[in-house]
Ligand binder design. Sequence first.
Ligand code: DON
Length: 305
Amino acid sequence: MENYKEVIECVYDDLKHINDTGKVADYIPELAFVDSNNFGISITTIDKQNFGVGDFEKKFSIQSVSKILSLTLAYKFEGAKLWDRVDVEPSGNPFNSLLQLEADFGKPRNPFINAGAIVICDVLVSHLKNPKKEFLEFCREISNNQNINYNEKVAESEKTSGFRNVALCNFIKSFGNIKNDVDDVLDFYFHICSIEMTCKELSEIFLFLTDDQYTNKKGESILTESQAKRINAIMLTCGFYDESGEFAFRVGLPGKSGVGGGIVAIHPDEYCITVWSPKLNKKGNSYKGMLFLEKFTTKTASSIF
Ligand code: DON
């Protein structure tokens, strides 16, 4: 941990005042109100030591980072059958693209683009009596953290501006790959995206994707070893939309970004690290977040390659 701390402090100081060419997401109006200068980092090692700098204890909108959690719960329910509904191939397209769905008969390329995450929400709506309540309970239970909540304003803001997601959900339903009412599925999807967490909380909750297989309070494994391997593999190949190759190339870890400016990355043998900086590059990933992680894994020589 000492080496990680030193490198985190050093890279944080180097990047804090750089000219950030990114832009805060404003296609969901409520997200535009965030202070773009926020910059936080948190690392939790597999022996549960934690270290953070900057704004690592401020809540922010985790947006698509939540897609790891929804995938995890759907995978627990469905097992390998899940892959009949959603594929595991990088899309090479923007996260909200409709393009490939026609040729692919409504089967999204992977669970981390919006199309795939909407199908995952449909799977969860089929399994849960009260999806919003039970999904939050799942997040709270696996992290042993009761302080995880939706931001209703953000969910509402996305509901009134989420035309592409409405189109995606209806289009997929036309192929029969959405089983429930589209309004119910979308309401659940918008809520999941609106979850707020801090960098510290995120670096703790995703420890279950490290090799030690963290368990819930009852001592049960959250995922099997093989399932954790597979989710990490999808993160590595699909976690950054049409910039997934670039992230693997520069950082060398499985990870997942969100348009709130958060990035979570996993070193399966060592740690989970989270960075938050709201300004996004053209592909929708945090500009400073990617730069930070590139420097961090280079200086600590701790990528998976
Ligand atoms: O659906 C959306 O566009 C946002 N709620 C989430 C986008 C995001 O973070 C990146 N994409 N999957």
